[in-house]
Design a protein around this ligand. Structure first.
Ligand code: SDX
Length: 422
């Protein structure tokens, strides 16, 4: 017997179906509400509203659990490669040896962009943020691959577009690094692995330890259900625009400091605290002071009301990466001190504010030699398969164009007043 809920409006009662998820999470299906009652719902920021049914990623925010297609993120980070996860997100299962080899080859076969993409990048203002540079390049791709305009309707073109994105996001990211440093561009080398090729195009070499560290970081960023940028990919994609444009839009959403831009803000915050004498408590007080716009970047999450499981893995990795690279980073102790102070503070405990994926990731990116203003580009590199998988699912679900309702609270009808009469 399907579960329902009943709402009473005045003298009338309306029954609405309940959707029950794989882990018994429940949602009231309000798709018929307006037709039945004339009422819509209002939930600014969608804090209580599901946008879709999805089989890709599950998060239990209260318990701090993250799974992709049923696999716990801790196990995937420990045992998988990034491209295995990409395959899992797209094909609902982990690949066998032959499937993984074929998938990796398809990405290699689509690696490389016309030289003109460098002219596009070189023409951009020097002060454009790397995320802006990435967005410009993503939105220029249909110019190099006009058939991508049919990526919604044509399956072969859709997969060509998907492989082109996966293969060349690292190329564009590496080019941005080289342009910022005024260095010669390095062509992709498909004899190398995915991450190895990115590091080689960026730095001209690829240390095996760095390859492993970055591969794990990319896994930890791959998808996160209906976050702001993934929802953007779905929403913009629902207009049936080409996939490059939907991904360009998602990339812009990630740029924001409350979302993917937080990893850059965390490092800038830690550096500022270091230069200010390293007094964690002073900044905890600032974060609690409502008259102070300062927020503890890398802390808090819309869904996690527990430790972000990705942050737990990354934190463990920080010491490992620094030791393996024989590096010291003065902000590590500041970060750990800040975390301890916050976790023992009533304000943070009461609001269930814990470190999120961005709190420690920047320390590793910096250890890998990535400049701070490129941290969010690294987040985009990891999140790209999640954006594509969410867009692909929205398309396969046959979802309609996203077009929310509103509650109008402006002026009611009034007559026009001539200019001279105002
Ligand atoms: C990502 O959605 C995803 O899954 C995102 C992500 C992914 O993988 O895609 O996980 C990646 O974006 C992680 C989040 C990165 N952003 C930051 O670290 C920025 C700092 N964090 C916050 O701005 C905030 O916590 C958000 C934006 C992450 C979540 O904000 P919400 O859910 O809208 O919560 P809120 O702003 O309503 O805060 C609730 C309370 C408020 O206090 P009160 O009004 O109740 O007194 O908590 C306070 C907030 O002021 N609060 C903070 C805080 N975060 C929330 N106070 C100080 N420092 C903070 N970081």
């Amino acid at each position: 017997m399907n579960e329902t809920v009943e709402i009473k409006i005045g003298e009338e009662s309306f029954k609405l179906p309940v959707i029950v998820g794989s882990y018994q999470e429940k949602g009231i299906d309000i798709s018929k509400l307006r037709g039945m009652s004339g009422y819509v719902t209002l939930d600014t920021g969608f804090k209580n509203t599901g946008s879709t049914r999805s089989t890709i990623t599950f998060i239990d925010g209260e318990k701090g659990i993250l799974e992709h297609r049923g696999y716990r993120i801790e196990q995937l980070a420990e045992n998988s490669s990034f491209l295995e996860i990409v395959y899992l997100l797209f094909h609902e299962k982990l690949p066998n040896t032959a499937e993984l080899a074929e998938f990796e080859q398809a990405i290699k076969d689509h690696t490389g962009l016309p030289a003109q993409i460098r002219d596009v990048l070189n023409a951009l203002p020097d002060d454009l943020h790397p995320m802006g540079m990435l967005s410009v390049m993503l939105n220029s791709l249909p110019g190099f691959m006009p058939e991508s305009l049919d990526s919604w309707t044509d399956e072969a073109i859709r997969w060509k577009t998907i492989y082109t994105l996966l293969a060349n996001m690292p190329v564009m990211a590496a080019y941005i690094y080289r342009r910022q440093k005024g260095l010669e561009y390095i062509d992709p080398d498909t004899s190398l692995g995915y991450v190895e090729n990115f590091l080689n195009m960026t730095f001209g070499s690829a240390d095996a330890k760095l390859v492993e560290s970055l591969d794990t970081l990319l896994i930890l960023h791959a998808d996160h259900e209906q976050n702001c940028s993934a929802s953007t990919a779905r929403f913009v994609g629902s207009s049936h625009v080409n996939l490059f444009a939907a991904i360009g839009a998602a990339n812009n959403a990630l740029w924001g400091p409350l979302h993917g831009g937080a990893n850059q803000k965390v490092l800038e915050m830690l550096e500022a605290i270091r230069q200010d004498g390293g007094d964690a408590d002073k900044y905890i007080q600032k974060a609690k002071d409502k008259s102070d716009p300062f927020r503890l970047m890398g802390f808090g999450h819309r869904v996690y009301k527990n430790y972000d499981p990705r942050a737990r893995v990354i934190k463990k990795y920080v010491d490992q990466v620094l030791d393996s690279l024989n590096l010291e980073d003065p902000v590590v102790d500041i970060a750990k001190g800040l975390e301890q102070a916050a976790l023992n503070d009533e304000y943070f405990a009461q609001r269930k504010l814990f470190p999120n994926v961005d709190f420690y990731s920047g320390i590793i990116y910096r250890a890998l030699g990535i400049p701070v203003n490129m941290f969010t580009v690294m987040f985009a590199l990891g999140r790209l398969p999640g954006w594509i998988a969410q867009w692909k699912e929205m398309r396969e679900n046959g979802e309609p164009i996203g077009r929310p309702r509103q509650i109008y609270t402006g002026e009611t009808t009034r007559d026009y007043v001539e200019l001279g009469q105002r």
